[in-house]
Design a protein around this ligand. Structure first.
Ligand SMILES: Cc1ncc(COP(=O)(O)OP(=O)(O)O)c(N)n1
Ligand SMILES: Cc1ncsc1CCOP(=O)(O)O
Ligand SMILES: [Mg+2]
Length: 207
């Protein structure tokens, strides 16, 4: 499967009270990857919500990724996204098997990406590219880095951080395969608007 298109990421605060309808609205518009990102530390809630997302994703043919938690990903038989302090990649690849999607946060550093490639990542993520209210402290990253990543890495490249429909096109033009988005997708006022935005993000990959 080609990893290219919209990568929707959930946010438990932003989606409070509308979690499943908003996620389903995004899937309706087309989502290549869906990441369950929950920082609550409530294991029972995380298992319940991740199972619900797995069922939704199966219905829509979308691949589910769990943020931070390789054990939960293994339990559900889905992929995982690991940051630099979320555990080592190689044992995670061994745990999840050769077909699992494993993503790695590389901030604005190509050396981290090369290491992730060698350790079995399926895609590498750079960012933040713009101001992000979801993760304001993430290191900032330039379009030049995307050019360099495209030239030197033979793996799907994901861009993240403050991405909206108004600023996303240059990221695709500079080689991003995946646009990872929280607010720019789920910050919408209605489910219809979430679906419209998802469709519009996907249109960016067609030109
Ligand atoms: C696709 C994608 N890219 C980067 C991140 C950030 O991961 P991390 O640095 O571990 O930060 P948290 O998201 O865990 O706060 C991500 N989650 N997804
Ligand atoms: C998890 C993460 N890592 C770098 S920026 C970011 C947040 C992305 O959220 P938003 O699309 O709302 O800026
Ligand atoms: Mg993390």
């Amino acid at each position: 499967m080609k990893l290219r298109g919209l990568y929707a990421i959930t946010d438990s605060t932003l989606l409070a009270g509308k979690f499943l309808p908003y996620v389903e609205a995004a899937l309706e518009g087309g989502v290549t990857l869906l990441q369950y990102r929950d920082k609550s530390g409530d294991d029972a809630r995380r298992l319940r919500e991740a199972e619900a997302l797995r069922e939704l994703c199966e219905r829509y043919g979308t691949r589910l990724i769990i943020n931070d938690d390789a054990e939960l990903a293994a339990r559900l038989g889905v992929g995982v996204h690991l940051g630099q302090t979320d555990g080592p990649l190689s044992p995670t690849r061994a745990l999840l098997g050769p077909k699992a999607i494993i993503g790695s946060t590389c901030h604005a550093q190509l050396d981290l990406a090369e290491q992730a490639v060698n350790e079995g990542a399926s895609y590498v993520a750079f960012g933040r590219f713009f101001n992000s209210s979801t993760k304001p402290g993430a290191p900032s990253c330039s379009l030049g880095l995307l050019d360099e990543a495209r030239r030197t890495l033979h793996l799907p490249v994901c861009a993240i951080g403050g991405i909206t429909l108004d600023n996303a096109a240059p990221l695709v033009a500079h080689g991003a395969d995946l646009l990872a988005v929280v607010h720019g997708l789920f910050g919408a006022e209605s489910t219809a608007e979430v679906t419209r935005r998802a469709r519009a993000f996907n249109e960016l990959f067609k030109s």
